[in-house]
Design a protein around this ligand. Structure first.
Ligand SMILES: NC(=O)c1ccc[n+]([C@@H]2O[C@H](COP(=O)([O-])OP(=O)(O)OC[C@H]3O[C@@H](n4cnc5c(N)ncnc54)[C@H](O)[C@@H]3O)[C@@H](O)[C@H]2O)c1
Length: 301
């Protein structure tokens, strides 16, 4: 790590405020919200590195960008990987204007009495450590006008919207966004979070797509349509660019009004995807290509 650290610290980013092509790194850029963000930023004139653990899927997804976005294999749980991709942006394109910390998984689920410590740790490694590494290494090379957008979730706000580990991790992302925004403000680097509601992506659907289709509309959401990845990408583009130049430390909910309405009871119960009520426990490894684990809850002793 020291070699990479030294290299990054010594690098300047002089073109930053003098115009030219903007450069972004999007973690989890191979699927869902991350992919929609990559495509939007490319359309907006950015050069993009889509940093994803699932390289095969990510490379394929970059095909329509005509080389304006490139895939890079990164596991955000690894500091070395994250430092390398930030370094790659600067060496390949000469600067880093925006980092979107988006990579995510569903993580540990099941009753608080049953969740395995290793599944809890995996959740925090992807969702919290990954965001920390991204902000740490991006902030080292960024200059005035640069932006960081963290993808949190409405699960950060209360217990209704996700499993305990996921909600706690997203609440940590919300808090880290505020701390980093305050620290980096004197350097004119802005840090914001977007908090999606129910967005139809491979992560949300994971075997439930037909059930959601049959439902017609999402439960307890005032706007009568499902959220789409590009609904979030549009807000990420706004937070990344100069139109939001006085916005920092904000958590922007993009949820069709769901938090405003209040879910009342567990959203996963209403969607029919609640693990606890079905006596299940395990870990959802999302679109990483790694197998998720689902076990029956151990009998009470
Ligand atoms: N879909 C929703 O309803 C929803 C709601 C709230 C928040 N979010 C958040 O949005 C973000 C994107 O989720 P999505 O729904 O688009 O999911 P997705 O599964 O479609 O995409 C997530 C991407 O992240 C990648 N990834 C996972 N772990 C990684 C790791 N360790 N290193 C590098 N890449 C990794 C996956 O390979 C995948 O390409 C996540 O942070 C998620 O928690 C999603």
């Amino acid at each position: 790590m020291p070699a990479v650290d030294g290299l990054l610290r010594g690098m300047s980013n002089e073109q930053h405020e003098s115009g030219g092509e903007r450069v972004a790194v999007v973690t989890g850029g191979g699927s869902g919200i991350g992919l929609a963000t990559v495509l939007r930023l490319v359309k907006g004139g950015y050069r993009v590195i889509a940093a994803d653990k699932n390289l095969a899927v990510c490379e394929k997804a970059m095909a329509p960008t005509d080389g304006r976005a490139v895939a890079s294999r990164v596991d955000v749980r690894s500091e070395e990987d994250v430092a390398r991709v930030i370094h790659e942006a600067v060496t390949r394109f000469g600067r880093l204007d925006t980092l979107v910390n988006n990579a995510g998984v569903g993580g540990a689920f099941g009753s608080v009495t049953d969740v395995e410590a290793s599944d809890w740790d995996f959740t925090f490694e992807v969702l919290v450590r990954g965001v920390f590494f991204g902000m740490k290494h991006a902030a080292r090379v960024m200059t005035s006008g640069a932006t960081i957008v963290n993808v949190a979730s409405i699960a950060a706000f209360n217990a209704s919207y996700g499993p305990m580990a996921y909600s706690a991790a997203k609440a940590a992302v919300k808090s880290m966004t505020e701390s980093a925004a305050v620290e980096l403000a004197p350097r004119m680097i802005r840090v914001n979070a977007v908090c999606p509601g129910l967005i139809r992506t491979p992560l949300l659907e994971a075997g439930h797509g037909e059930r959601f289709d049959a439902m017609g509309l999402p439960p307890v959401q005032p706007l009568p349509r499902w959220g789409r990845p590009d609904d979030i990408a549009a807000v990420i583009e706004f937070l990344a660019g100069p139109s939001s130049s006085f916005v920092t430390g904000a958590e922007l909910r993009v949820d069709g009004g769901m938090v405003a309405a209040g879910a009342g009871t567990s959203l996963t119960e209403q969607l029919g995807t609640d693990a606890r009520s079905r006596g299940l426990v395990g870990v959802n490894r999302g679109s990483t290509g790694e197998k998720s684990v689902v076990r029956n809850r151990p009998p009470k002793s």
